[in-house]
Design a protein around this ligand. Sequence first.
Ligand code: DNO
Length: 359
Amino acid sequence: MEMTLRWYGAAFDTVTLKQIRQIPGVTGVIATLYDAKPGEVWSREKIRGLREEVEAAGLHISGIESVNVHDAIKTGASERDEYIAHYIETLENLGKEGIHLVCYNFMPVFDWTRTELARMRPDGSTVLAYTQKAVDALEPEKMFSSIEKDMNGTVMPGWEPERMQRVKELFEMYRQVDEEKLFAHLKYFLEKIMPVCDQYDINMAIHPDDPAWSVFGLPRIITNQKNILRMMRMVDNPHNGVTFCSGSYGTNPENHLPEMIRSLKGRIHFAHVRNLKFNSPTDFEEAAHLSSDGSFDMYEIMKALYDIGFNGPIRPDHGRMIWDETAMPGYGLYDRALGAAYLNGLWEAIEKSSDRRAS
Ligand code: DNO
């Protein structure tokens, strides 16, 4: 396991590489070319520039989150082969620069969805939150404007303003796409990219849909154990793997997180570990990473990762906004640093107690 932090790049992130390096136990960053549009080829020069910048700060790139998949690929449109060719070129360039992990998602229209970005908790911290009632009362086109004011002037992943202006058009593109078609389009994409992943040893790690159910009637498939195992089998290559995101799968209380982790042995290439607090089955808010602050048993999650021999990057995920920090909601420095320290502590304890039991 390697502890990492997500970093959006100097032009977009309020957190610096120097700060990341000072978090004990964090050695890698999960980086991206944040201004690359889905479908664009990432040039080798740009990737190298990013790598060198990260290395100059005494860190290294542990993976990319995300190389976004163009909607033509997700909808199976006639131009998809062209965009798959671009994706392959990006993967080749990443491989040549020594990057072997790519996180992506296959969510239609919206990436992760929350209805509040700054819900106040009793201790005065603020968190992202979701209520089904709020989603049901909202027109999809109004989703962006309803949360924009709480973005603190940042651009949030998957919620780029240019994209949000096209919501109506995007909905139209997905009108004919149901779950079965989405599965078929994902299979088509993966089959085409696996040869280049084999060649450069690139692990593809699909991010679950967040929340793990259909929103606004759009199909969502990466939601539970059955579907994710179906996806693993339909393209049965070890490079076809997952980002195990506890906070996304965990939005559905029927997902038994440690059991899901155990069932994905060998196919979890990346882990996002965070906690949620349920106020009702359809109202959840994000919490500190600590088990007692939310609804998940974080020890059991880390233990399951340890037990399957997980050796990829882990990152703490969305943090609370605390200590008067102003940052991208979920992606401030302070609470994610606390999260990294806590997860490292759990890991050390699990590692040492199992060594002792073995000897
Ligand atoms: C939100 C993130 C997602 C994730 C993408 C992966 O904070 O978990 O935006 O990065 O879905 O492609």
